[in-house]
Structures are given as structure tokens and as C-alpha cells.
Design a protein. Structure first.
Lengths: 407, 298
């Protein structure tokens, strides 16, 4: 075991590679948080392909790889940003055009100058064995600078990521923040290229953040979690690569994917295990609003109330149906408030009103379209909430809740 | 403004309508021949508008009538291609003006975003707060005080999705209020919440208005406007009419605003608006409808 950990250390290439993988893991994890939250995974994917063109061009022109490829990536990011502002073309289409064209530039140059097929493969899949001390210094520099940029612009980037339009209203220089972010992203892509290669890079950016996102709802923990997972996967992937004698970029990505699957499994287990306590939903009528009043959002709610489901057989739901939990059937005059789902216009409201009004024991109905609900006055034993619910159902709507008699 | 007083926010059953401001006071929003739109599409042209300081006003109109664009021009997020826009006496030109709070439509919020209520509210203090990633003790105190007054302090550490519609609306109201704005702009604050919550929100706003904040909101709910707001602007790419809803909401004006027939019923001082001419006797007694039609022309 100990040997597994320390044996590779006698080789300089491994020490360098491990350090490079850990540092790029940290950068990719950090940047990935924003990429994932902004739904920009595709831009990360595209940008890495785009940088490939820049890398080949700078090789042919004998420029410094980092300067050439970095500038190329940054300009592609800005180009994508500015073209996709024209709303007629979607951002994804623009990314597809710009980055693939840029990639094609690299392929054309390579096919004309046959001699660097070897570098071609390294650029595509990473060549961590060739990491030099200079490379390490550049990676450390990028790690430091991107960390610093995100530290200083933390609030601005968070606000811009969450709600760019409102951020603008509150004086956040949204365009500058986006530009700074594009610069950091381009730098990340360029330094990760050596380790992971163009084809595998996006996974290293997206997976740590996506994994951390499943484990926490807190933004701070998401940031630190993604960095930690990034480093962990980089290191784990390197060891795997050494012992399995396989390409390091691929093992890092596979290792990260395995971690992601573990987190996914844990998250599913947790959801299955932690069910909301039943009493919370059936207890006071107030808590129903919790899951009903926010339109589309309610369908994704994590704590469905018991009364949500038509087929609930929980005693608490039945008790609520009867109007008074535990008490004998009420026969005097009483009022029932029903929330009705599916009414979209005043005709609907009218139809629901008629359907309820026809029932025996219903003395008055008022359906209110705005609040999607009805107040029903009842008298005698014939009128039960269950029958009203069924009548609403037959009229084509859904009674999502019926709680207690009006006080 | 006593945002941080002890008694504010609790009044929800107070039906007093805020008094109309002095129309001769300098306007807080002033449009002179403003044309605006997106790319190749003009939304409104040559618009003149003056909103006096202290007004509580609703903008109503059909979808696509340019209500939201109008708000965004005031906010400085969407530019004017012609004419001039002044907010608080300052010209808005491709930038936003201080002292304006904004509550966007709930549909535009990314509810899955991993931020807590407190973090969202603190975003509103962007101009006042320092650059450090974490909030100062002062920032936190102000945010928690405000949440307290809005009755949602207990949710400060919750992720924003784990709240009810009304609570969510108050979170974004808090974000808009934390910078102590003189002008508060809300895009459909009453959509997607139930009737009771709508009333809560509108009363909360009227309370704020009485504390001196000018309020402009858009809404589709004409009946709420009629009941709660002292001033209304009927808008459909131009101003069709503006004034006290009791006077402005007539079948003629609303039908012109919405390009479709609208029925306005007045009975015992109550104003009811229906969006289609034939909703049945339960909604509009024939006699009352007739009476309403007779009275229509203004």
C-alpha cells in the first residue's frame, strides 16, 4: 500500500505530473463552479477545441505556446460573447461555429506540416510526462492569478452569475466581469491542455463542480468542495495512470467520473432516506401554501405535502378530508376551502362553480380564479369533501387540497 | 424613512390608499420623446412620461405591450435610441442610476442556484459593501434587520427555493430595499402567488410608499390594481390613459389597451373587471353590465 503511494515518486516525470495534475485540478474545479452554474459547459468544451488551433498556430509561427494559445483562446471567448449577444443566433450555435473553425485551422496546419504528428496527439489527449519545471511555474502562476481574480471579484462574479440583469441595475460592471472571467477561463484551458488535452478537458472542469453541487446547497462549500474534488481526482488519476500504465488525461477523467457516480448514488440514497415528516404537511393548513403557491416551481419541490397526491392513503389526509380530524362527521353548516388546479380562464371558473353547485348539500359556491380556489358552504351529511373533490375532478380540474372548515 | 423602525411591515389589513403626491413636485422619472427596443424591433416610439416623486403606480397592458421594456429603460438596462430619460433628475445614458431598487419577475430567477436568502439580500448592498468576499458585520446586521421586518428572518440561511411564493417575493423585495432606494420598480410582483399573498404584497408596498418611496409596478391583475393602487397607467406601446383606476378603468379604455373587449362592472362602489364579455350571470349581472356600458364614455 505504502509502496503504491511512494514508489512512483522516484521518477521526476511523476513528481512533475502529479503536481501539474493537482494544480490544474484545483483551477478547473474553481472555474468549473461558475461554468456549471452559468450552464456554460459547452463553452468550456468549445473553447478547449478553439485553443487547439491557437496552439498549432503558435507552434508553426514559433511563438511561445502559452502566449499564442492563451491569446487565441481569450479572443475566441470574446468573439463568442459578442456574436451571441445578437439574439437571432443562439450562443450554442455561435460556439459551435467559432470554436470548430478555430479547431479546423489547427487541423489544416498540421496536415500540411506532417512533422508534428506527435505534438498533435499530445495536444488532443494530454502529455503529462512531458511537464517541465517551466510548465509547473506557469500552471502555478495561473492558479495564483485566477484565484486572486475570483477572490477580488467574488461578489461581482456571484451576482453576475446569479442574475446578470439585476447585477447591472445595482452597478456591477457586468461586461467587465464577463471579460475577466473569459480571460481566466482561457488561461485555465491553456494550462490544462498539457495535462488533459483538448478532448478530455471539459470533463475535468465540469465534474468536480457538478459533484460538489450534488453534495451541498451552499455556495462557499460548493467552491471549496469543487477545488478539493478537482485536486483529489487529479492525484487519484495520476496514480491510476502510473500503475495501469495508461494515458493520464483519460485516467483523471475516469477517476473523476467514478467520484461523480459515487456522489450521485449518495445523493439518491439520501433523497430516498430523508422523507419529509408526514405531520408537517397535514398539521396546519398554512403549510400547504408552502408547496402550492409558486406556479411551476411547486412541481420540483423537495418536500411534497401528503395532500399533493390524489392517491394518498395516509390517515392524516383522510382526516383532513373529513373536515375535522378525529371528530364525528359534521352535519351542520360549514365552509370548505378548496384549491383547484387547472383553471385558466373565467369559463373554467364558471364550469367548476357549476360542477360543485350541483351537489347535494352545497348551499353556496364562490370560485375565485385569481387564487385558484373555491369557498364552498356545506350543510347536512350528504356533502363531504371527498364528493366535492370528485366533482371537481369530473369537471376536468384537480382539487389539490381541501382543508378544514372555514373559521 | 423608517425601514428599520420597530413597527413597520406589520400592517397588512390597513386599506387606506396612499394619498396622491403633489403633481407639481419634480418628477422622479421623466421621459422626453423616448424611443426604445431591441436590435431591429422598436417597442415604443416618442414616449413622453412623467412620474412624480412619491407616486404608487401600476402599469397595465397586454403581454408584449412593452411594460417590461419600459421598466428596463427606467432602470438603464435597456437603452433609449432617441429622446432622453431622467431618473431622480439624473440623465440615464447607458448606465444605471443609484437609488433605484428592482424586483424582477419571479420567472427570471434561477431558483436552483445555491445561494441563501441572506446572500441574495446582500447582493443588493453591492454599492455600499466592501470588496471582500464575505459580508461585514454591519452588512449582516442590516440584512438580518430587514429580513426581520419583512417577517422572513428565520429563513436567512435557507436556500431560496425552500420558501413559499410569498416569502420568495419578500426576499427579492428585501434585496431591492437594502440599498434604501427612493424609487422601487417591480415587474409583476403579484404573479404566481395566491390572492392572500397578493394582498400582503400590495399592502406592504403601500406601506413603503407612505414612507416616501416611489413605486412603479407592472401587473396583469386589473382587479388588484383597482382595489389597491391610487394611480394607473394603461400602456400598449404608448400611454392609452393614466389616472385614478376608478376613473381610468372603463370598458372603452381597457378594450383599447388590450385590443379586445373588456367588461367593467361597477356596483356599490366596487369595480370588477372581466377579461371576456360573456362570463355568465354569476360574474356580471345583466343590469349591472348594462349600466356599466352606459356610463362608459369618459
Amino acid at each position: 500500500m505504502i509502496e503504491t503511494l511512494f514508489e512512483p515518486f522516484q521518477y521526476e516525470f511523476f513528481r512533475h505530473g502529479l503536481l501539474a495534475a493537482a494544480m490544474t485540478g484545483a483551477i478547473c474545479g474553481l472555474i468549473g463552479v461558475y461554468i456549471v452554474l452559468r450552464n456554460m459547459s459547452y463553452i468550456g468544451h468549445g473553447l478547449s477545441h478553439s485553443v487547439f488551433g491557437g496552439a498549432v498556430v503558435s507552434y508553426v509561427m514559433n511563438w511561445n505556446f502559452y502566449v499564442g494559445a492563451g491569446l487565441w483562446g481569450f479572443l475566441s471567448a470574446l468573439l463568442i460573447n459578442s456574436i451571441s449577444k445578437r439574439k437571432k443566433i443562439g450562443a450554442d450555435a455561435v460556439i459551435g461555429i467559432v470554436t470548430t473553425a478555430s479547431f479546423a485551422v489547427g487541423v489544416v496546419l498540421i496536415s500540411r506540416v506532417r512533422k508534428f504528428t506527435r505534438n498533435f496527439e499530445a495536444a488532443l489527449f494530454g502529455n503529462i510526462l512531458g511537464v517541465t519545471t517551466d510548465d509547473l511555474i506557469v500552471i502555478a502562476g495561473v492558479l495564483l492569478v485566477s484565484g486572486l481574480v475570483i477572490f477580488v471579484l467574488y461578489k461581482q462574479i456571484l451576482f453576475t452569475t446569479f442574475d446578470p440583469e439585476v447585477a447591472k441595475v445595482y452597478g456591477v460592471p457586468v461586461e467587465w466581469v464577463d471579460t475577466a472571467f473569459a480571460l481566466v477561463l482561457a488561461a485555465t484551458v491553456v494550462v490544462s491542455m498539457q495535462v488533459l488535452g483538448v478532448m478530455l478537458m471539459v470533463a475535468a472542469i465540469v465534474i468536480p463542480a457538478a459533484t460538489a453541487r450534488m453534495l451541498t446547497n451552499s455556495f462557499h462549500r460548493l467552491v471549496f468542495g469543487a477545488i478539493g474534488i478537482g485536486v483529489f481526482c487529479g492525484v487519484g488519476g495520476m496514480y491510476w495512470s502510473f500503475h495501469a500504465n495508461a494515458s493520464s488525461g483519460a485516467t483523471i477523467v475516469l477517476f473523476a467520473s467514478a467520484v461523480f457516480m459515487l456522489a450521485l448514488g449518495y445523493d439518491s440514497l439520501r433523497r430516498w432516506w430523508v422523507r419529509p415528516p408526514v405531520s408537517e404537511a397535514a398539521g396546519e393548513p398554512q403549510s400547504h401554501e408552502h408547496s402550492h403557491q409558486h406556479g411551476d416551481i411547486l412541481h420540483q419541490h423537495e418536500h411534497p405535502s401528503v395532500l399533493d397526491t390524489e392517491h394518498s392513503h395516509h390517515p392524516a389526509a383522510d382526516a383532513a378530508d373529513r373536515g375535522a380530524p378525529g371528530a364525528p362527521a359534521v352535519v351542520g353548516a360549514r365552509r370548505l376551502h378548496v384549491v383547484i388546479d387547472g383553471m385558466t380562464c373565467s369559463y373554467c371558473a364558471r364550469a367548476a362553480e357549476r360542477a360543485i353547485g350541483r351537489l347535494d348539500g352545497v348551499t353556496a359556491v364562490r370560485v375565485d380564479l385569481a387564487s385558484r380556489s373555491a369557498d364552498v358552504d356545506l350543510e347536512g351529511p350528504a356533502a363531504t369533501p371527498e364528493r366535492i373533490r370528485r366533482a371537481i375532478h369530473l369537471a376536468g380540474f384537480r382539487a389539490v387540497e381541501s382543508a378544514g372548515d372555514g373559521r | 424613512m423608517s425601514l428599520h423602525g420597530k413597527t413597520a411591515w406589520s400592517i397588512v389589513n390597513d386599506d387606506r390608499v396612499a394619498p396622491l403626491p403633489d403633481r407639481s413636485a419634480p418628477p422622479i422619472v421623466r421621459f422626453d420623446g423616448v424611443t426604445s427596443g431591441y436590435d431591429d424591433k422598436i417597442v415604443f416610439e416618442g414616449l413622453d412620461l412623467s412620474i412624480p416623486s412619491g407616486l404608487y403606480t401600476g402599469i397595465v397592458g397586454p403581454s408584449g405591450s412593452g411594460k417590461t421594456t419600459l421598466l428596463k429603460v427606467i432602470l438603464g438596462v435597456v437603452g433609449a435610441t432617441a429622446g432622453s430619460v431622467a431618473v431622480g433628475g439624473q440623465l440615464v445614458k447607458g448606465r444605471t442610476v443609484r437609488g433605484v431598487g428592482y424586483v424582477p419577475q419571479v420567472e427570471t430567477v434561477n431558483w436552483n442556484f445555491p445561494v441563501t436568502v441572506e446572500q441574495v439580500v446582500l447582493m443588493g448592498r453591492h454599492r455600499e459593501a466592501g470588496w471582500l468576499p464575505w459580508p461585514s458585520r454591519e452588512d449582516r446586521r442590516i440584512a438580518l434587520d430587514l429580513l426581520d421586518h419583512l417577517g422572513i428572518r428565520q429563513y436567512a440561511d435557507r436556500q431560496i427555493r425552500a420558501l413559499s411564493g410569498g416569502e420568495q417575493q419578500r426576499v427579492f423585495l428585501a434585496r431591492a430595499l437594502i440599498s434604501r432606494p427612493r424609487l422601487l420598480i417591480l415587474d409583476e410582483p403579484t404573479s404566481g402567488v395566491d390572492l392572500k399573498t397578493q394582498h400582503h404584497i400590495l399592502h406592504l408596498l403601500s406601506q413603503l410608499n407612505r414612507e416616501g418611496i416611489t413605486i412603479i409596478l407592472t401587473t396583469h391583475d386589473l382587479n388588484s390594481v383597482a382595489r389597491h393602487l391610487p394611480w394607473v397607467i394603461c400602456f400598449n406601446r404608448h400611454i392609452v390613459a393614466q389616472g385614478d383606476p376608478q376613473e381610468v378603468f372603463t370598458s372603452a379604455i381597457l378594450s383599447r389597451t388590450y385590443n379586445s373587449e373588456m367588461v367593467v362592472v361597477r356596483q356599490d362602489g366596487l369595480l370588477l373587471i372581466a377579461d371576456s364579455p360573456d362570463v355568465g350571470p354569476g360574474y356580471a349581472p345583466r343590469a349591472a353590465r348594462q349600466e356599466a356600458d352606459d356610463r362608459d364614455p369618459v
